[in-house]
Write a protein that binds this ligand. Sequence first.
Ligand code: PLP
Length: 387
Amino acid sequence: MTEPDATGRFGRFGGRFLPEALMPAAKAVEAAFREAWADPAFTTEYRRLLTHYAGRPTPVTECARLSRALGVRVLLKREDLAHTGSHKINNVLGQALLARRTGKRKLIAETGAGQHGVATATAAALLDLSCTVYMGEEDVRRQALNVFRMELLGAEVVPVSSATNAGTLKEATNAALRAWVNETEEAHYCLGSVMGPHPYPWMVREFQRVIGDEARAQCAELLPTAVPDVVVACVGGGSNAAGTFAGFVGTPARLVGVEAAGGSAVDKGVLGVLHGFTSHFLQEESQVLEAHSISAGLDYPGVGPEHVHLAERGRAQYPSVTDEQALRALRLVTRLEGILPALESAHALAWVVDAAGTGELPAGSTVLVTLSGRGDKDVQQIREHLR
Ligand SMILES: Cc1ncc(COP(=O)(O)O)c(C=O)c1O
């Protein structure tokens, strides 16, 4: 992966487009991250928490029955086994340590599926920080269990809607940015994906690259070719995919980021600016549109800037799959492997199932899929859809 330029851009995308009141705070986060990331005391403490608190390294699981059914060799990088049940914990532990290092007493976060909110509330409890999580009203409904988990952990969850819609991740992000304006002195904005103003897309990727670095080393031990033919991850904002791709971008592996059909910003989005960065956003006549996905973590109308840059350079591809394809894949993997994936991760798996079926993945190929989270949070949703 490339480093962003001095203005935080990956090619034409990224940057820092913020109201004047937030500029100093975002620049301070960048300066603090640069200093911390070069400081062995910080990185040692971060790695210690990843190992002894988050449970890393997560394993790579060989899926024998699924592989037989599809005719391709499927390996899963198991972020569902990390503490709190998803990859979100990797980023949050880094940012919470950064908040403490810069003397902040509070974390502010936005959340869609609730996994980032749960991870943030967890890190806040661990490091004795207070925590407020903004969440769209629609997502509060869809992810009631995660709202309760956050409250148990001591966080305040603030439901958000707008005049025109029920409220999902877009509205939650608006509200979190507004709250940060009033609290820059005492609060760190713990953004949950590779989006938002510089340095977040870069910083979050660096905190998530542990997924790809581990997987690369694990594949080197497991595979005669050392590198899988294809590396696949689902893309909402794009953090689990960016972290995974970081480990393989310098190899010949084909990189595939799978978006939800109703949120395929890389492919169907148009160049625009939202939430402090330039990227592709679903929009019509300069109005940002609502994204749709059965999974709360994938219905953001934009995507992290580095992904659009990778797509433009032809280094990664971004197909999309429908709710139905994701649900079918979820049932298949659960039945064959005894692993219930998060609905988000089921999108990545659905692409593998379909690509194996159409021959886009030649028989005998080796495919590594990042299983970004476990499906426990989605059981109620899945039940409603399968009834
Ligand atoms: C389990 C899981 N996977 C994936 C995502 C999508 O986020 P990202 O694209 O940043 O990895 C989310 C977001 O909430 C999630 O909870």
